[in-house]
Write a protein that binds this ligand. Structure first.
Ligand SMILES: C[S@@+](CC[C@H](N)C(=O)[O-])C[C@H]1O[C@@H](n2cnc3c(N)ncnc32)[C@H](O)[C@@H]1O
Length: 461
């Protein structure tokens, strides 16, 4: 761990907040390595193969005794788990406590790289819809890749500024804003962040959060939930922001039950509208990074925005598929009956038909980077399957399976040529421990590896 001093202004503030004794423990903790943790994908069954212990507040979370090379684990590339520090997994406990509507429409407004989006996607399963949004283009590309790997097929990835969501006020059952922040909670994991800290930066972050929350606070429907989080410790970006939201919108406080042994600190936030609650994660108390989260419930008499039906779906590049295509494509791709089908160029996309109206409505306002599951093309009656479909949890019946051991799977993931004797001609779904990794096609004289070039792993050992 590089020896980078903590910024003086930060030390003074934390000392006065925690007291000298506790500050020493805090300082010692952030100079030690953090514990690696992963969260399993409940829709891609993987035997837990690392030694470790459970994260108390997430039934899918595990601390690992040692940090393996995730890049060299094919199960990681199959989307069987997500590497996520444990404090963030508290969102799992929040959603379960709220019993948030699994058939609802959730929004993750600042979603890249996708840690909390994959968690919410797992929570919603095949019954809900998640909009995972990221404003920065390159980060939205990473988000898209992680959503494709996670593969549940219930997510629309958008790339928009929070302002662009204005036409969707009152639309969402749950809105998460994991806000861009000054990152004081990352001083352990990312020591360089210490160099970037300044009180000015904190002020800039707080002003930006206020602008974001000024929009985001209006997006939750009556009776829905707003979840605000940061990975920083200061009041300005945390408790003050909760006060701001409470003063601007009609929200009620939500208290999340904690177990004493979790050592999560409850912060009681007095506002003119009553007492709200925040939850603080300090690295000397929990085996995770610094984190703050607060949950609020929108008043029952607020607005509910239902998607409006239009006669014909019109979009510059997404096309709705005619009924006659739908049946044959459902059959060819062995899709659930409850499928809504779209196409971009010649490629078909699956969307859960329960959310057809929501999806079409959203496309009017937002810049769509990915949605549902891209299935592939049908050419002369033949299916050309997409990588996205391989990684999705949708059925892929009719295709031969090719199970590979770890070494061969890594070969495949490096996009190297595979040699498999006596393989039948045609498409094969490559699997590792029964987890799909992608496609190969045997042309008779050659095996084509269809792993996407831009995803291939470069690490050798
Ligand atoms: C803390 S990170 C999100 C981490 C993510 N939720 C996760 O769990 O993987 C905050 C995100 O907000 C994005 N962001 C930056 N400026 C923003 C803005 N003005 N409005 C909304 N999001 C912004 C950043 O690009 C970044 O991806």
């Amino acid at each position: 761990m590089p020896n980078i001093n903590l910024p003086e202004g930060f030390v003074q503030r934390m000392q006065s907040e925690l007291g000298d004794q506790e500050f020493l423990k805090f300082q010692k903790a952030i100079d030690q390595d953090s514990k690696s943790a992963i969260r399993l994908n409940p829709f891609k069954k993987l035997e837990m193969q690392f030694s470790g212990s459970r994260v108390d507040w997430s039934s899918l979370g595990w601390f690992l005794d040692e940090r393996p090379s995730f890049t060299l684990d094919p199960a990681f590339h199959a989307g069987a788990y997500y590497v996520q520090e444990a404090s963030s997994m508290f969102l799992d406990h929040i959603l379960n406590t709220l019993e948030a509507d699994k058939e609802g429409v959730f929004l993750d407004l600042s979603a890249a790289p996708g840690g909390k989006s994959t968690l919410m996607s797992s929570y919603l399963g095949d019954s809900g819809l998640l909009i995972a949004n990221e404003v920065i283009k390159s980060r939205a590309t990473t988000l898209k890749e992680n959503i494709i790997k996670w593969g549940i097929g219930n997510t629309i990835v958008t790339q928009n500024d929070p302002d662009h969501f204005e036409p969707l006020e009152g639309f969402f059952d749950v809105v998460l804003v994991d806000a861009p922040c000054s990152g004081e909670g990352m001083f352990r994991k990312d020591p360089q962040a210490r160099n970037e800290w300044s009180q000015d930066h904190v002020n800039i972050c707080a002003a930006r959060q206020e602008r974001i929350m000024d929009k985001a606070g209006a997006l939750v429907k009556a009776g829905g939930y707003l979840i605000y989080s940061t990975c920083t410790f200061n009041n300005q970006e945390n408790e003050e922001m909760v006060r701001f939201i409470a003063s601007e919108f009609s929200y009620q406080p939500v208290k999340i039950p904690l177990k004493k042994e979790w050592q999560i600190v409850e912060s009681v936030i007095s506002t003119e509208e009553g007492e709200f609650f925040g939850y603080r994660f300090y690295p000397h108390l929990v085996d995770g990074e610094g984190f703050f989260v607060s949950v609020m419930k929108r008043a029952e008499d607020a607005f509910i925005h239902e998607p409006k039906r239009t006669k014909d779906f019109k979009h510059p590049y997404i096309k709705s598929c005619p009924k006659q295509d739908l049946e044959s494509v459902i059959e060819k791709f062995s899709l659930p009956q409850n499928t809504a089908l779209y196409s971009i160029n010649n490629s078909y996309f699956y969307v859960n038909a329960d959310f057809k109206l929501h999806f079409e409505y959203i496309t009017r306002f937002l810049n769509i980077r990915y949605f549902g599951v891209e299935l592939g093309q049908v050419n002369n009656g033949q299916v050309i399957p997409s990588h996205e479909w391989a990684l999705s949890v949708l059925p892929k019946s009719g295709f031969a399976l090719l199970e590979l051991d770890r070494e061969a799977a890594l070969y495949f993931l490096r996009k190297e040529d595979l040699h498999v004797p006596d393989l039948a001609e045609g498409w094969h779904l490559v699997t590792y421990q029964d987890l799909p990794l992608g496609w190969i096609k045997n042309l008779g004289n050659r095996l084509n590896n269809y792993y996407p070039k831009e995803w291939r792993i470069r690490m050798k050992k």
